[in-house]
Design a protein around this ligand. Structure first.
Ligand code: ZN
Length: 269
């Protein structure tokens, strides 16, 4: 029998399913795989936390800082002041495994963040907006509270893994472990974690000053000015609503019988 070559019939490679349905199935499939990967990674971070002691964390990250930190000059007076205040507050947590370090990020947007190894970063935007040492003390105390609960490591770990998996999927944006990622991941702090950090922060402030006056002042200003001044957006995006926090902080102070009045300490810069 002779072989007679002929053209394949038209549409041999065309699926009987509608193209849009196929595309949809593909996207849904990839999304599902991605969600599963993220869930596994989140679980791995939780697991890793059980094995990484705070002491080991402090050792590994002793001198680490985010690559995109825009540090102010080393002789900036505010750096010495914020560092001294942080150390004073941390003395009221005597068995802390961390040796706290402070860096100031030159950014208009007010914010404060906790990073692995005991690093606390505040922005120049935050320092421009606080009007007494007591206001700043509570913001710092709150960040120290995240270290006690190890929230900083949990969320940063998730953020890192998320970024890595995103870039592995070919997003192409690159996996820079920096302030931007930290901002995003800090948004994931739960209400409970934030309230715990506030409670610990307030305890440190009371131990330091003998009263909790001015602790809510920064948040009152955030609440008042947020509508007009979008510079506060960053802080509000990475922390719970200021109104809620003010109420909770006051309520906690009342429960503990801590005085809400006392002389504010002026800032030294
Ligand atoms: Zn927080």
């Amino acid at each position: 029998m002779r072989y007679v070559p002929r053209e394949p019939r038209d549409g041999i490679n065309v699926s009987k399913t509608h193209a849009l349905v196929e595309a949809g199935t593909l996207v849904a499939g990839f999304s599902l795989i991605f969600v599963l990967i993220v869930l596994v990674l989140v679980f791995m971070v939780e697991l890793a936390l059980l094995f990484v002691s705070p002491e080991a964390e402090a050792r590994v990250f002793e001198n680490w800082q985010p690559g995109d930190l825009v540090a102010v000059d080393a002789d900036d007076r505010r750096l010495a002041e914020v560092d001294a205040l942080t150390q004073r507050l941390a003395r009221h947590w005597p068995d802390s495994p961390y040796r706290f370090r402070v860096a100031i990020n030159d950014s208009e947007k007010p914010n404060a963040m906790a990073f692995p190894g005991g690093l606390i970063i505040v922005t120049t935007g935050l320092l421009d907006r606080v009007q007494s040492e007591n206001e700043l003390a509570f913001v710092l105390g709150h960040e120290i509270g995240h270290f006690r609960n190890r929230d900083h490591l949990r969320m940063l770990g998730r953020g890192m893994l998320l970024t890595l998996s995103l870039s592995a999927l070919g997003d192409g944006s690159g996996a820079g472990l920096g302030l931007t990622i930290a901002d995003l991941t800090l948004r994931g702090f739960s209400r409970r974690q934030e309230a715990d950090a506030d409670e610990f922060g307030l305890t440190l402030v009371h131990a330091e000053y003998g009263h909790i006056a001015e602790s809510t002042r920064f948040f009152e200003r955030v609440a008042d000015e947020f509508g007009g001044d979008h510079g506060y957006y960053e802080y509000v995006a990475t922390h719970p609503s200021p109104e809620d926090r003010i109420d909770e902080i006051r309520e906690l102070g009342r429960q503990r019988g801590w005085s809400e009045s006392g002389p504010p300490v002026p800032l030294q810069w």
